[in-house]
Design a binder for this molecule. Structure first.
Ligand SMILES: Nc1ncnc2c1ncn2[C@@H]1O[C@H](COP(=O)(O)OP(=O)(O)OP(=O)(O)O)[C@@H](O)[C@H]1O
Ligand SMILES: [Mg+2]
Length: 244
């Protein structure tokens, strides 16, 4: 009798989205910020979220990232350890989830102006229990990767807008986040710097097989992503692949 006769049949791997939102609704009093969004996000995919001011882009991002709890609907996060229903988790569980599995690049600074570039990035690791020397080592590697070698010891206020955004990208990457959420990461930057920051962001995320969700008003920034989702009045009105 041969050994392989005892092998159990293997199920084929089923492709699962990293994040699957169904019927996502968020109301604030009389305002409907999200009106039933269905969205699947795939590993290694970059997705731009566009739409007019007030169309629900930030609300969608915040729901997907477990920052805001939706009024109705579900958000399934699937990773190596199985699936989790994000909208059913407690505040504490969601903040742990954000710390451990997501990265954020938000304009209204997660960066601490009094700290240096390397300290800002290292902070994300130290919050997860990594020692300061080890955290600063990893932080410096990411800063170098994003073209900021030599600027490690500058405070955030001593950097240009584009350089500070790249520190924010490093901070979002250093913990190995599975999904990175960026809300208008290039909003305050000129065209050329926007393109550079976006390339750095893509390289650091989908370049490493991770997922990037980026809210932007800038069509040329959106066109650098693999897919564009358009919102109007809290609903998805278009969802298309970007021609390579
Ligand atoms: N905390 C809140 N309380 C009350 N209303 C809110 C709140 N957050 C968002 N809204 C409302 O929900 C709707 C969607 O807001 P959201 O911030 O998601 O829009 P957005 O597409 O990100 O807009 P912008 O491009 O201006 O950033 C808007 O009508 C907004 O006024
Ligand atoms: Mg917004």
């Amino acid at each position: 009798m041969t050994a392989h006769a005892h092998h159990l049949p293997q199920s084929p791997p089923v492709a699962q989205p990293v994040l699957a939102a169904r019927g996502l609704t968020k109301t604030y009093g009389m305002t409907t910020a999200l009106a039933g969004v269905d969205l699947d996000l795939w590993a290694g995919q970059s997705v731009a979220v566009m739409g007019a001011s007030g169309s629900g882009k930030t609300t969608l991002l915040h729901c997907l990232a477990g920052i805001v709890r939706p009024s109705r609907g579900s958000i399934l996060l699937t990773g190596p350890g199985g699936s989790l229903e994000v909208s059913a988790m407690s505040d504490r569980q969601r903040s742990q989830l954000r710390r451990e599995r997501f990265g954020f690049v938000f304009q209204e600074g997660l960066l601490i102006p009094e700290l240096t570039a390397v300290e800002n990035v290292a902070m994300a690791l130290m919050l997860r229990g990594v020692s300061r020397p080890e955290a600063e080592h990893h932080a410096a590697v990411w800063l170098q990767y994003l073209g900021l070698a030599g600027l490690e010891q500058r405070r955030i206020g001593q950097l240009s807008g584009g350089q500070a955004q790249r520190v924010a990208i490093a901070r979002a990457q250093v913990t190995g986040a599975e999904v990175v959420f960026a809300d208008e990461p290039t909003g305050a930057l000129d065209h050329g710097t926007s393109q550079e920051v976006m390339q750095a962001l893509l390289h650091a995320t989908v370049g490493g097989g991770r997922t990037l969700v980026v809210v932007t008003h800038d069509e040329t920034v959106a066109q650098q992503c693999a897919r564009i989702v358009r919102l109007r009045d809290g609903a998805v009105v278009a969802d298309s692949a970007v021609a390579a």
